[in-house]
Design a protein. Structure first.
Lengths: 261, 167
């Protein structure tokens, strides 16, 4: 739920920045040509280690990278590793009296490859970005069903608890999933060559190889899998460093095109 | 610029909808009960109610909670033990007390089966189904149960009888 609020506030922040840009760009555009810097940007997702600090059932690390190929287009990738222990309880009233139905640990790695399209027109010398992007992602992981009980609304034989399941700590390995992600993000240059980025992602699960006995309820890189929907949501907050490789003058035609307003 | 805002708005709407999820309340399934129907042993196609029927799980002190105690019934549903391979019941016909002693006719019936554990949904987790249902009637001097027929050895649904008892 918190993630959802953060996502929405984050999205609304675009409107603020867009509005400001409109009001300031009334004058004629600077037609000076300047070199656009091309290179590789690499970094890490900050949200995963921070989450791991506060949530002992979670650990994760994600590296992010993008490489600029044209004025607006970047090849982008993320790869990472996540491990999460989750449980499902019958009553979510409090932690002490909770009746746990099952408890499982998912662990695995993922890769996301795709493109970023920068829609933000920077002022002279600035290299910030508002990004629409797409990724094709894949994950290879395992799930361990730590323990589980058998749900039965009739309490004649087990008045206080549910009967325990016959197997426990069973590991289901060799699980895979692939999905498509659409993302909306920003990248802001904090100091020279150091960027802070954030993105929200909407994902659609394409393939999902799961064990017969226990379905994939959580997938590294994809997060929670919904019961009746192939959609998922994700986010990241990255800090990355830009390694400039070469400069290229911006296309002349582009510069001389008349202003929008 | 207008287009971008519309696109943003659409994305916000989509994410808002997707962020909603069903309450984690288990409504998707439950471990089924064993359904028994009573038939007339002289006229096997006719249902015949057992007068003042009382059912006690073997090893339990209370009567089963799925039927009204000491009523005349031709159809009952019984809970099976999930983590055991068999469940016994004492079925008492014409049940009544006299000086705190049971005067009805006790028959002990034991069912054996395999338990199948099945994942139903995120909210429910696992439920049990039963397979290879068998029965064993402990014989005594006068059994009121004449014959038992397993109709469905797989207990997955609750909409029809799994066992027919003739008396």
């Amino acid at each position: 739920m918190l993630r959802y609020f953060i996502s929405v506030f984050f999205l609304f922040s675009f409107f603020l920045s867009q509005a400001q840009k409109d009001s300031l760009q009334i004058g004629s555009r600077d037609s000076t040509r300047f070199g656009q810097r091309y290179g590789l940007r690499i970094g890490v997702d900050l949200s995963k280690p921070i989450r791991a600090l506060f949530d002992s059932d979670y650990s994760g690390l994600e590296f992010v990278a993008d490489y600029r190929i044209t004025n607006k287009l970047y090849i982008a990738a993320e790869f990472g590793n996540e491990k999460k222990t989750s449980f499902e309880s019958l009553e979510n009233i409090d932690d002490i009296n909770r009746v746990e139905l099952y408890n499982y640990t998912t662990s695995g790695s993922y890769v996301k490859l795709g493109v970023d399209f920068n829609t933000y027109e920077n002022w002279y010398g600035m290299t910030n970005a508002i990004i629409f992007g797409a990724r094709y992602a894949g994950s290879s992981f395992s799930q361990t069903l730590n323990n589980y009980t058998i749900y039965d609304s009739n309490r004649y034989w087990n008045p206080t608890t549910f009967a325990p399941g016959s197997g426990s700590s069973e590991e289901f390995s060799g699980l895979t999933a692939t999905w498509l992600e659409l993302l909306l993000g920003i990248k802001v240059e904090l100091v020279a060559n150091l960027y802070l980025g954030a993105s929200v992602r909407l994902s659609y699960l394409f393939t999902n190889k799961e064990a017969d006995f226990f379905p994939n309820l959580w997938i590294p890189g994809f997060s929670k899998v919904n019961d009746n929907s192939k959609f998922g949501v994700g986010y990241n907050y990255s800090i990355s460093y830009f390694i400039p490789l070469y400069s290229k003058k911006e296309n002349k035609k582009k510069n001389e095109s008349p202003p929008e307003e | 610029m207008e287009k971008k805002r519309i696109l943003l708005f659409v994305l916000i709407v989509i994410i808002s909808i997707i962020a909603c999820e069903k309450d984690d309340i288990c409504v998707d399934g439950d471990t089924p009960l064993l359904i028994i129907r009573f038939y007339d042993s002289e006229n096997p196609s006719e249902l015949k109610a057992v007068p003042s029927l009382r059912v006690i799980g073997l090893g339990q002190s209370s009567t089963v909670n799925t039927i009204a105690d000491r009523t005349s019934l031709d159809s009952i549903s019984l809970p099976l033990r999930i983590n055991e391979a068999n469940t016994g019941f004492i079925l008492i016909s014409d049940s009544a007390d006299e000086d705190d002693l049971e005067t009805g006719n006790n028959d002990t019936l034991t069912f054996d089966y395999n338990t199948l554990e099945i994942f139903i949904s995120r909210a429910c987790g696992y439920i049990a189904n039963y397979d290879d249902l068998g029965e064993l009637l402990s014989s005594d001097s006068e059994n009121w149960i004449q014959n038992i027929e397993i109709v469905s050895p797989l207990i997955q649904q609750q909409d029809s009888a799994h066992v027919k008892i003739f008396h």
